[in-house]
Write a protein that binds this ligand. Sequence first.
Ligand code: DHB
Length: 308
Amino acid sequence: MLQTKIANIKLANCIYNASGPACSSLEELQALGQSAAGAILSKSATLAPRAGNPAPRYVDTPWGSINSMGLPNKGHAYYLAAAKELASFQKPYIVSLSGMSLADNLKMIAEMQEEENIAAIELNLSCPNLPGKPQTAYDFEQTEKVLAAVFAQNNKPLGVKLPPYFDLLHFEQMAQILNQFPLSFVSCINSIGNGLVIDWEKEETLIRPKDGFGGLGGDYIKATALANVRQFYLLLRPEISVVAVGGIKSGQDAFEHILCGAKAVQIGTHLMKTGPSCFAQISAELTAIMQAKGYQSIEDFRGKLKTA
Ligand code: DHB
């Protein structure tokens, strides 16, 4: 009932993890393999391992989460080697890449392409937590340059992880760039970058890096995520799948994102709060909504949002 396809990749379940929470170590990736998730997506990898920013760097809040992890990860070779270990789960393994430079991204993509047990690459153009490094996808010229270089050498299904946009002209400008390339998918949105959550009693920030500024996830960002999913669903070529991420913690949230046009949905903050059992929970809730409405597949309602 929840099956879907991204490019030519079949997912038995359209619900899987967002890159970031609980997907850094092989043990965590295996737990995703054992869960009801429809795919396994890795933590964003850099060329070399990184320790990331000082703690506290991820805090749950009543409305979601704030983080400034700073790309702690085990390095791209680790996530490449994990592909063979994860093959037995027989679900797509997708590697997220977030190189510190275009050259790093091109090198990592070239290596990942040679591994048949990697189904796709999610190229992250939107990490907000690196001091001194802007989010690539807020620089439209640089994004076009990166994609031109990537697709000059790429032959694996590849999509991009986008930051949230807030201006209608920006959606049009970014879609016009993305439509020029043979992208398989766009995943939107990354956290709303550089929010600030504070403890009024202690009179201090919740997280330590970057003076407390960090990426927001969870309930704070659902409405912005829905808007981004809807805009890109309407503006991108239909061959480019939209993968939704932002504020999904229930079957209803997943249903709303699919109604806006999403072919799959990713879970971030809620996975961090509740662990990999969230995939069975959200799947059961989404299935119940679909049954009550008489829908047999997500294609029966995907994108069919009505305006009042
Ligand atoms: C990190 C955060 C992100 O939102 C992202 O896309 C990549 C990395 C991080 O801080 O580790």
